[in-house]
Design a protein around this ligand. Structure first.
Ligand code: 0PR
Length: 395
């Protein structure tokens, strides 16, 4: 650390230098986060010192948190849901599985416990395995990249603490057959956690109906992130439980604080993110989110039309605003697009494809510019050859 403090000017100059090294969102097609809504930024700044780790001191913020839980519970068809604002999908997933583990009758039996998840589940479940010291059994997918129910069923045994399904997978934006998984969970008397970290603020606002939430009786918890498609500030995640017993088993005593217990993973928690989420949800309402999601889906369809013009097809017909394109050597394409054209895109693992997330910070003009550069990178590969080459590479 420097001996004496720098001047404000010097600090601002250091900050500006750092900022110029960050990618600007108008070159980013790989992110599940986006620029937060201005009302969220305003609220965040106003509550910048608020700490939900000792919410007896910040009662106004705590009331806003309860209102966010109530609004989200209503949106996901469980008006009396229990929960709290997390730092994002990772924490929500860890806490959901921790709750399953704590409620499991064989917790003290000494046997190694497990949770059954789709292989498409986010890498946060690998952290779950390490932190909670339980096996994460990964069920393969069907050809449409939804988890296979039969595979899930075959992985369940007496040491299984619960099931996980994904509503809007990270790589392909696919939604698992949650109605059937809910039936399986009820049949096996297991809790079912839905990872809707990304899809949670998309699926309820699509024209086509997708049933993925508490309206299915087997669903016991849901992760949904305001800092992704909810347009709130980072770090804003939400973890919801259908019943208090799932939250109660996460209790820690905090005798010297203003409240004598907490159920959260972190101690100190951002009240600013609570205020931001409250503000943007109230400001946009269902109408505002429907508009945002419609815009992203229109851009998604626009991108698909442009891709088709150059002979590039998606791996699956996108369900939400996540597109995986069949291009030859996706990793090389990604590197070239970054190095030579300053675009940030990502890739999927199985099958390998070029992955784009069509977020609210994008526009059709941005897509046009990107497609022009992608066309150059693809080079003289003719339409049919592009897909053929991709098919051969998957073998
Ligand atoms: N569950 C799902 C389905 C997710 O897609 C993600 C993150 C998580 C859980 C974990 O959420 P947190 O990162 O909030 O803990 N999905 C994005 C991803 O891994 C996160 C992200 C966002 C990555 C923006 C990069 C980026 O630029 O791709």
């Amino acid at each position: 650390m420097n001996e004496t403090g720098l001047s404000e000017e010097e600090i601002l100059s250091l900050l500006n230098d750092a900022k110029t090294k960050d990618f600007s969102y108008d070159r980013v097609l790989s992110s599940m986060c986006t620029a937060p809504h201005r009302i969220a930024v305003k609220a965040h700044m106003q509550f910048i010192e608020s700490n939900m780790g000792d919410f007896g001191l910040f009662r106004g913020t705590h009331e806003m948190e309860k209102e966010v839980i109530r609004m989200t519970g209503n949106m996901l068809h469980c008006p009396f849901t229990e929960g709290y604002l997390t730092t994002g999908g990772t924490e929500s997933n860890i806490q959901a599985v921790r709750s399953m583990r704590n409620l499991h009758e064989r917790k003290h039996s000494g046997s190694r416990l497990n949770v059954v998840v789709p292989i498409s589940a986010h890498f946060s479940f690998d952290k779950v395995s390490d932190i909670l010291d339980i096996d994460v059994r990964k069920a393969p997918l069907d050809s449409d990249l939804k988890v296979s129910i039969e595979a899930m069923r075959s992985l369940i045994d007496e040491n299984t603490v619960g099931l996980v399904a994904v509503a809007g997978s990270t790589e392909f934006g696919q939604v698992d057959p949650i109605r059937k998984i809910s039936e399986l969970a009820l049949e096996k008397v297991l809790p079912l956690h839905i990872d809707a970290a990304f899809g949670g603020f998309v699926l309820p606002f699509l024209e086509q109906e997708h049933v993925f939430d508490f309206s299915l009786p087997g669903v016991t918890s849901i992760a949904i992130d305001p800092h992704k498609m909810g347009l709130s500030t980072i770090p804003s995640g939400i973890l919801l439980f259908r019943e208090f017993k799932h939250l109660r088993c996460l209790k820690a005593h905090t005798p010297y604080l203003t409240v004598d217990s907490q159920y959260t993973m972190t101690g100190t928690r951002s009240g600013a993110a609570v205020a931001a989420t409250f503000a943007v949800m109230k400001f946009l309402g269902k109408e505002g989110y429907t508009e945002t999601v419609s815009k992203c889906m229109e851009m998604t369809r626009y991108l698909l039309r442009k891709a088709a013009e150059i002979g590039v097809e998606p791996v699956i017909d996108p369900v939400i605003n996540v597109v995986a394109l069949k291009v030859p050597e996706p990793a090389v394409m990604r590197a070239t697009l970054s190095r030579e054209y300053n675009w940030h895109v990502s890739i999927t693992q199985d099958p390998k494809a070029l992955r784009l997330v069509i977020m609210p910070h994008m526009s059709c003009e941005m897509i046009d510019m990107f497609m022009a550069d992608l066309t150059k990178v693809l080079g003289p590969v003719s339409s049919s050859k592009s897909e053929q080459k991709w098919e051969n590479e998957q073998k």
